[in-house]
Ligand binder design. Sequence first.
Ligand SMILES: Cc1cc2nc3c(=O)[nH]c(=O)nc-3n(C[C@H](O)[C@H](O)[C@H](O)COP(=O)(O)O)c2cc1C
Length: 210
Amino acid sequence: MRYDLDQVPEAIAYKLLAATVIPRPIAWVVTQGAQGVNGAPYSFFNVMGSAPPTVALGLMAAPGRGFKDTALNILETGEFVVNLVPERLVAAMNLTSADAPRGVDELALAGLAVLPSAHVVPPRIADSPVAFECRALSSVVTGPCQTVVIGRVLAVHIDDAYLKNPERAHVDTDALDLVARSFGAEYIRTHDRFDLPRPTWAGLKAEGKV
Ligand SMILES: Cc1cc2nc3c(=O)[nH]c(=O)nc-3n(C[C@H](O)[C@H](O)[C@H](O)COP(=O)(O)O)c2cc1C
């Protein structure tokens, strides 16, 4: 089967992409604009580089409402905080995805406390084990009220409880217990992992494989 995506309804394109590109990490994004603090989850999210450290977010249009609040706030202020989501916070995260009217502070709605950021105006979610303070490097409007934001990560906050060795930045991945998004209402845990050492050209030569 081949789907030419300019020939199919948008919902089909979304399904094909979102059900195959899994698992997707979840950026629980806090922004602050003229209407106040805003929080919402975004799983079109990943790390894009480390020099400088960058992340990208994909913000689709809000049906019938134009840009989503997160997109509007980032386009206006250039600032956002990405909080990561452990399983214990999934219900609160999900609540903040509701299509609340503009100006509603979804974090307050979900009973979440916030802490001030060091470099940007939007706060971070106090209970989240990891937060990235970000400033937009670039935003590309990729469609009607749809945008991709590339942000430079200015600071990483990580709860000491999740660092095995702070000097060497060894993170206790199991203790973090982060969740990722699958498709629709399905989520994926991050405990089922396996090792696969990367080959080097010298190693392959030594083994007579090249
Ligand atoms: C786990 C999860 C991941 C989501 N990922 C995205 C995403 O990547 N892009 C997007 O446009 N909406 C995504 N949504 C939907 C938004 O969270 C939702 O539209 C929300 O109301 C937007 O809020 P805002 O207008 O306050 O930014 C996701 C929802 C959930 C529950």
